[in-house]
Design a protein around this ligand. Structure first.
Ligand code: ADP
Ligand code: MG
Length: 890
């Protein structure tokens, strides 16, 4: 028998599972072992060995190796072995850097992997979709990606888009009934859902029948196309720059060699010096360090509750000039409580907070019994009936499973005695039209115990008022006259201006057998009443909005909520300046894209908008040259999330579709987390600038000292092995430590960076050249002074030059920590940097003073008195320019 032909009993028998309890954890564990994880096979990975050898395929490194081998054959054993050892250590470092970068990118993928709601041991739990096994009972709703192949057992208006599998882009509607048919194609299997397809509407429950490579998707896709983390703009720019730098370094090296030869140095030693210099001066490690810095930053961001899905977002974050954020749940807590009920001109207050059914009703300050107030009862009961959420009590705690707006309605109804049990006993739901934020309402068709049917609709009051022809006053049904409409509107405004979220309830009796479609059901309604609920702002949001403003970032609130409610909350949050404008969905509809762009810069709140509007809003801001971050959670939000420069989705309430479209996920759905992410994004970029500046200035210094010496007909100020040592130790460790530097105090007081900004923008180029030049001059100065004192002791002078170069770089590294001046920063703040600098100094002293290493590195112990010269000379490059030329006030 085929899957689609089975009745529910057969299905459950064959898959050995239970529809109310699901599998036990033990059984699931066993099946996971038997069937393997629910994953499609991935493409090949580079092996560790291959990655290791790839470290040496660099052209200059190969030349150096060849040159070293030659020098080995010529009898320079010590030099040859030392150089090879250094190249080897360099390769190992590069290997670990790339490994680390790769690992953390993989870890990221894990983190943003989809979760599935599955029934285990009788409870609905969320597990990573790769842990699904055959027999698992899973539940899904609009916006979810189906985790495994399923045979459906329950559906509610379910529609699934299966284009990934069938190529058909229109969603197909699904139902759970078995049917007989041989020779059916995938697209006809209406009672099955397939791994990787997308739920576009409704919800359902199914039993897993195929996982991993045994799923329909696994059968057609042997290999998962890896998403491939695209390079960030900076990485691409650096790649370009790298090519230029290679050419420049080679050119200068050639110049050094040529000058040396002309001045009488022998060709062979100049060749070896030249190649070493080229290896040192070409910043081949830069891309790897950039990746490490990015991924370290990304890990810091995870600790601050944001997950980067696309690496380029890390950089773009620092450029953001507008954040368009959802209100409900992102700026507010999404912990709703009904506080007001209005019906037919009367208003009741409800006490209590949260989802506990503890609370009472009052009217004009006096306590009342709900059972004596028919209209109140009706509003509450209908709010609980037209509801797709539930509240679960466990160990005295009340947990919501579903939408907070609906949770608030359930709780309010319970306070009046309408428990789940009461509702289930007295009413039967015939049909459900789920809520969607474009319609802004939800409806059910209900049958009561006497067999009478009616439609209950709840939703945005202004929308329901338009759909209502009648209203209830004093429990009597009457025409919704102008006066009644005005009265209702006034009540709505009173509630909304107190920042309350509002919901209206309406109903309509229908024939006993009737089952009208959506459009018909939601028209000609009878308006019953309004509910007002509080949704307190998240306490940290106000400060976050202020900090964003100081950072040159404008925060825009986008919500489906009522204009007045939205305005009241925006004012509370300090988001709406006195002259700021509020725009509603209707106005958005009427404006053309160009007209919107013209005024959009003055708008701070968009209310009563549908997800479809978001795309128009993002585009308008972008047309005005802004870099826009946009949040969203539903299926319909995906286009806007994709269009935004930084698409942000919600970790808790977000659908898989929204998450997949986004480049950043907020683990806690919190607006303040966006601010932290932007701050981190800015910091990561600044840190990358810091070590680019450090590395390049160091390299400029190294090349120039050699070049000047050759031009002045001096001996080599540094021997090849020393140059390589500097490249390995002094350039390596401190640069990585700069990548972990703390942000400067004012990162969130600067304007957003322009995305077009080049690597050398904001004075970086000048800093590199000026500091590099001075490092070269200082090193040469120290060398010449000692050499002229005693030209016999060349190795001594070279050791002094070596020490000066190293120290000059290690002092300069502290200057690189600030855009302004070295004096602006506490040098003891970054312990990694302190560690890197101290260990570099230590290693330098070892190389100079440890006798067995002296012949290898051609060093001679330096006399105490000469350290004065060395320290003095090496301080010059940093302190000569610090506090002067470039100490601009921001
Ligand atoms: P937002 O999430 O930005 O607050 P929504 O699109 O969720 O906006 O809601 C818009 C309006 O629809 C709300 O102001 C409320 O009146 C109504 N509404 C929200 N949730 C539901 C629901 N589950 N059922 C019926 N109406 C709802
Ligand atoms: Mg909502």
């Amino acid at each position: 028998m085929k899957w689609h032909e089975m009745g529910q009993t057969e299905l459950l028998n064959i898959t050995k599972t239970s529809i109310d309890k699901g599998l036990t954890e033990k059984e699931a564990g066993k099946r996971l072992e038997r069937h393997g994880t629910n994953e499609l096979q991935e493409g090949e990975k580079t092996s560790a060995v291959a990655l290791f050898f790839s470290q040496f395929k660099d052209f200059m490194v190969l030349v150096l190796l060849a040159a070293t081998l030659i020098s080995g054959f010529l009898g320079e054993y010590i030099d040859a072995i030392a150089i090879i050892a250094i190249i080897f250590v360099n390769g190992i470092l590069g290997f670990f850097q790339e490994r680390r970068a790769e690992r953390s990118l993989e870890a990221l993928k894990e983190l943003s992997a989809p979760q599935v709601a599955v029934l285990r041991e009788g409870n609905w739990v969320k597990i990573p979709s790769k842990e699904l096994v055959p027999g698992d009972v899973v539940r899904f709703a609009s916006g979810d990606r189906i985790g495994a192949d399923l045979r459906l057992v329950e559906t509610k208006s379910l529609e699934i888009e299966e284009s990934a599998l069938t190529g058909e882009s229109l969603p197909v509607s699904k139902q759970a009934d078995a049917f007989q048919a041989s020779d059916v194609s995938l697209g006809d299997l209406k009672n099955m859902a397939f791994m990787g397809t997308l739920v576009t509407r409704g919800s359902g429950i199914g039993v897993v029948i195929g996982t991993g490579m045994n799923s329909a998707m696994g059968k057609i896709a042997d290999m998962l196309e890896s998403a491939g983390n695209t390079a960030t703009p900076l990485q691409r720019r650096l790649e370009e720059l790298g090519k230029i730098l290679i050419v420049a370094a080679l050119f200068l090296t050639l110049l050094v060699v040529a000058a040396g030869v002309i001045q009488g140095h022998d060709l062979y030693s100049m060749f070896l010096a030249g190649v070493s210099l080229a290896v040192a001066a070409i910043p081949e490690g830069l891309p790897a360090i950039v990746t490490v810095a990015l991924s370290l930053g990304v890990q810091r961001m995870i600790r601050q509750k944001s997950i980067v899905r696309k690496l380029p977002a890390v950089e773009t974050l620092g450029c953001a000039s507008i954040i368009c954020s959802d209100k409900t749940g992102t700026m507010t807590q999404n912990k709703m409580t009904v506080t007001h009920v209005w019906s037919g001109g009367k208003i009741w207050n409800v006490s209590g907070i949260g989802y506990e059914p503890e609370g009472s009703f009052s009217m004009n300050g006096r306590d009342v019994q709900a059972k004596h107030h028919k209209p109140l009862q009706q509003v509450l009961l209908f709010g609980a009936l037209c509801n797709s959420s539930s509240i679960i009590e466990k160990d005295g705690e009340f947990r919501l499973d579903g939408d907070p707006t609906e949770g608030a309605l359930l709780t309010a109804a319970r306070k009046a005695g309408f428990t789940d049990k009461y509702v289930d006993e007295h009413f039967k739901i015939i049909e459900e039209f789920p809520f969607d934020s474009t319609r802004k309402m939800m409806s059910v068709i209900v049958e009561d115990k006497s067999g009478k049917r009616f439609v209950i609709t709840k939703g945005a009051p202004d929308v329901l008022m338009k759909r209502s022809s009648h209203t209830l006053t004093e429990e009597k049904r009457e025409i919704f006259t102008k006066e009644r409409l005005a009265e209702t509107s006034a009540a709505l405004e009173t509630l909304a201006s107190q920042a309350l979220r509002t919901i209206a309830v309406a109903y309509k009796p229908i024939k006993d057998t009737e089952n009208p479609p959506l459009e018909k059901a939601e028209s000609g309604l009878t308006f019953i009443g309004l509910l007002g609920m509080i949704d307190p702002p998240r306490p940290e949001v106000k400060t976050a909005i202020k900090e964003c403003r100081e950072a040159g970032i404008k925060t825009v609130m986008i919500t489906g909520d009522h204009v007045i409610t939205a305005t009241a909350i925006a004012k509370d949050l300090g988001l709406l300046p006195p002259r700021g404008k509020v725009m509603d969905g209707q106005m958005l509809n009427e404006l053309s894209q160009e007209e919107l762009a013209e005024i959009v810069d003055d708008v701070y709140v968009f209310a009563r908008v549908s997800p479809e509007h978001k795309l128009k809003i993002v585009t308008a801001y972008q047309e005005n040259g802004h870099i826009v971050a946009m949040t969203g959670d539903g299926v319909n939000d995906a286009p806007a999330i994709k269009q935004a420069d930084i698409g942000i989705s919600m970790g808790i309430t977000g659908t898989d579709v929204a998450k997949e479209a986004s480049s950043l996920i907020l683990v806690d759905d919190n607006f303040a987390t966006i601010k932290s992410a932007i701050k981190e994004g800015r910091n990561i970029y600044e840190n990358i600038r810091k070590f680019i500046r450090y590395l390049l200035a160091s390299n400029v210094g190294e090349i120039l000292v050699m070049l000047f010496a050759m031009l002045l007909a001096l001996p080599l100020p540094l021997v090849p092995i020393q140059i390589l040592w500097v490249n390995l130790v002094t350039d390596g460790l401190p640069a990585m430590a700069l990548g972990m530097d703390q942000p400067e105090d004012d990162v969130m007081q600067r304007k957003p960076r322009s995305p077009k900004e080049g690597v050398f923008a904001r004075g970086l180029g000048w800093k590199v050249v000026s500091r590099g030049f001075l490092i070269g001059i200082a090193t040469l100065g120290a060398f010449m002074f000692i050499y002229n004192r005693n030209p016999e002791a060349l190795e001594y002078a070279q050791t002094v030059a070596f020490a000066t170069l190293v120290l000059a770089q290690l002092i300069h590294v502290f200057d690189c920590r600030s855009e302004r001046s070295i004096f602006d920063r506490n040098p003891f703040e970054n312990i990694y940097l302190l560690g890197a600098v101290l260990s570099s100094i230590l290693l330098m002293l070892v190389v100079i003073y440890y006798p067995p290493l002296q012949p290898i590195f051609h060093t001679v112990p330096i006399l105490m008195a000469d350290w004065l010269l060395i320290v003095g000379m090496s301080a010059i490059p940093t302190f000569l320019l610090a506090g002067s030329l470039l100490t601009r006030k921001k």
